[in-house]
Design a protein around this ligand. Structure first.
Ligand code: CUA
Length: 314
């Protein structure tokens, strides 16, 4: 029995579509998505993967089919039929990529905009001030907050973002928390609160890369850049330098800890105290914690401030 070729084409088309749709969702190439931004990036990646898989199967399928079907028969010394130009075919294979690229550019533009890429300064409320007078503009410049990077994402709520200053040096990341004065070699953030990183470098170019958050930003000496994200998943995630910055570039790694709000507050309490304390003492033995240090995380529950606690335990 001979199956009509248009039926075969239809079945092949359906098969390619189904395989592409399945593989687009099940490629397994990405690490866990730990932020809202990651989910958006993964969606566009899944879409691209679907289109790419479809094109791959279509083109390779036709190629392999043609190689087998039109291979030279044994003993056949004749040439193939002369063929030149096929206007409708050329229009089709130009139109298809054009449409794909057009859709992809609109989609990626939308994602970039959602991530705050079009307006990294939105959170500073500087736009109106800037227009107000020239001296404000000078102040703005010296502040070095330039429109570079991804700002606070749209729809990240009324919650004020946690601002962390990031400094890249050979070969480490230094995180400074203006809110609490903590200086750390690791980044600790609470879950479900927008985070805004103000990134700089002290020596050479570095790049802060958070693979699980699908964001990456250059750290440039003398120029501030930004990165904002909304962490949605607690856990420990790698921070990687993604710019060749010297002999030990490969070792320039740190960790990002996304914690529950309580755990984060506890970390802030502990580190605020530890850093204030270590300024006075040379070494801090955690096995010999004073009552004050031990009670520090519970200050909030006790409804007293740190000075009161210090007075109580002395
Ligand atoms: Cu810093 Cu590579």
């Amino acid at each position: 029995m001979k199956i009509p070729s248009n039926i075969v084409t239809l079945i092949a088309g359906i098969a390619i579509t189904l395989i592409s749709l399945w593989y687009g969702q099940n490629h397994g190439l990405m690490p866990v998505a730990a932020s809202d931004e990651a989910t958006q990036v993964d969606d566009i990646f899944a879409f691209m993967m679907t289109v790419a898989t479809g094109l791959f199967l279509l083109i390779q399928g036709i190629l392999i089919y043609s190689l087998i079907k039109f291979r030279r028969k044994k003993g056949d010394q004749t040439d193939g039929p002369p063929m030149e130009g096929n206007i409708p075919l050329e229009i089709v294979w130009t139109a298809i990529p054009t449409v794909i690229v057009f859709v992809l550019s609109l989609y990626s533009f939308e994602v970039y905009n959602n991530m705050g890429g079009l307006d990294p300064m939105s959170s500073h409320d500087h736009g109106t001030k800037m227009a107000a007078n020239h001296s404000e503009m000078v102040a703005f410049d010296t502040d070095k907050r330039v429109a570079l990077g991804l700002g606070v994402p749209l729809g990240s709520g009324d919650q004020a973002p946690l601002v962390v200053n990031v400094n890249g040096i050979q070969y480490a990341w230094i995180f400074t928390y203006p809110e609490s004065g903590i200086v750390s070699g690791e980044l600790h953030v609470p879950v479900n609160r927008p985070v805004q990183l103000k990134i700089e470098a002290s020596d050479v170019l570095h790049a802060l890369w958070l693979p699980e958050f699908r964001i990456k930003q250059d750290a440039i000496p003398g120029r501030a850049s930004e990165l904002a994200f909304l962490p949605r998943r607690t856990g420990a995630y790698p921070i990687i330098c993604a710019e060749l910055c010297g002999a030990y570039h490969g070792g320039m790694k740190s960790m990002l800890y996304v914690k529950s709000e309580d755990e984060y507050n506890q970390w802030v309490q502990e580190n605020t105290l530890a850093q204030a304390d270590s300024a006075e003492k040379v070494a801090l033995n955690t096995r010999e914690m004073t009552e004050e240090q031990y009670l520090a995380p519970y200050i909030q529950e006790m409804g007293i401030n740190r000075e009161t606690l210090a007075a109580l335990v002395k």
